[in-house]
Design a protein around this ligand. Structure first.
Ligand code: NAD
Length: 296
């Protein structure tokens, strides 16, 4: 018998994830505060309910896919934890602050439930294809039950440790990604000014010690990697606004842990500026244009 899942947050990521669970045969109780999102879910054949509290009634798992940690904590506190039956599994898939993730888990456990953070990478394309990577912060005893559900939405599930560890792994990865993309952009712009063809520099970096995902998969110049957003005028991909959000979460963790990570802090500031100056919807590799123009 498959568990019944209350699925809250049917946005860009949540809806395709919910559709994959629906196709796998799960009974869902879908809800979003935006009526159009609820309607899109209904049209996809997903059962929807009239309120967030209703999504937590008579379910085995409550899955949330919200914009921020404040949305998660508000919903947990105001209606989800009270309404859910004891020992419900709270599966929190949004990308949120590590401290907030740990707070959400503590609240859930104190209310007699089980909790796991399972943020994702892979974007909307991965959500649609069911190929997301989940970074999991969970009790070992809950792993089998969690994996059975997540494997319908993703192809890799990495157990990173206890509560909050999934979020911690996600922001550490994305902090490195932000830094490496700016580095890749600077290397290609310097190469241009030294008279190097993009392809020549790519051929070296992609097989030498500068190799990284920001070059080999999401190359910031058009040409060498045909599928990279640079070839379609920097349509995302991974939007700069989302990179700025994740680096903001990284900055908050740097402060909480008194960590002197100057590159991470600088990447956060540069992506915040790039995003705020009209590039929120641009792929994060588009920052190469600001590097070239000297406007960062
Ligand atoms: P989104 O804004 O499209 O979707 C979030 C949805 O949550 C919205 O439809 C909103 O109305 C709904 N919501 C907010 N509060 C609610 C509540 N109390 N009850 C029910 N619904 C509520 O955002 P998204 O792009 O789907 O991203 C969701 C999360 O996934 C974010 O935390 C984001 O950082 C993370 N993420 C996004 C991507 C991406 O490429 N979009 C990739 C990885 C991770």
């Amino acid at each position: 018998n498959l568990p019944v899942i209350g699925f809250l947050g049917l946005g860009h990521m949540g809806l395709p994830m919910a559709i994959n669970l629906h196709r796998a045969g799960y009974k869902l109780k879908g809800f979003d505060v935006v009526p159009a999102a609820v309607q899109a879910a209904t049209e996809a054949g997903i059962e929807t309910v009239d309120s967030g509290a209703d999504a937590a009634k008579g379910v085995d798992i409550v899955l949330t896919m919200f914009p921020s940690g404040q949305h998660v904590l508000d919903a947990y506190r105001s209606y989800l934890l009270d309404t859910a039956a004891p020992n419900t599994l709270f599966l929190e898939c949004s990308t949120i602050d590590v401290a907030q993730a740990r707070e959400a888990a503590e609240l859930a456990v104190a209310a007699g439930h089980r909790s796991a953070d399972a943020p994702v990478s892979g974007g909307v394309v991965g959500a649609e294809a069911g190929t997301l990577t989940f970074m999991l912060g969970a009790e070992a005893a809950d792993l089998a039950e969690i994996t059975a559900v997540l494997e319908h939405m993703g192809k890799r599930i990495v157990h990173c440790g206890g509560h909050g560890s999934g979020q911690a792994a996600k922001i550490c990865n994305n902090m490195l990604l932000g830094i490496s993309m700016i580095g890749a952009a600077e290397a290609f712009v310097l190469g241009e000014r030294l008279g190097l063809e993009h392809q020549a520099l790519y051929d070296v970096i992609s097989t030498a010690s500068g190799q990284c995902w920001s070059v080999t998969t999401n190359c910031p110049v058009p040409g060498p990697v045909p599928a990279s957003p640079a070839n379609r005028d920097y349509q995302p991909g991974f939007a700069a606004a989302l990179m700025a959000k994740d680096l903001g979460l990284a900055s908050s963790s740097l402060e909480h842990t008194d960590t002197d990570a100057q590159m991470g802090a600088l990447a956060a500031a540069l992506y915040r500026k790039f995003s705020d100056e009209g590039n929120a919807g641009t792929d994060f590799s588009g920052i190469i244009n600001a590097v070239r123009e000297g406007t960062l």
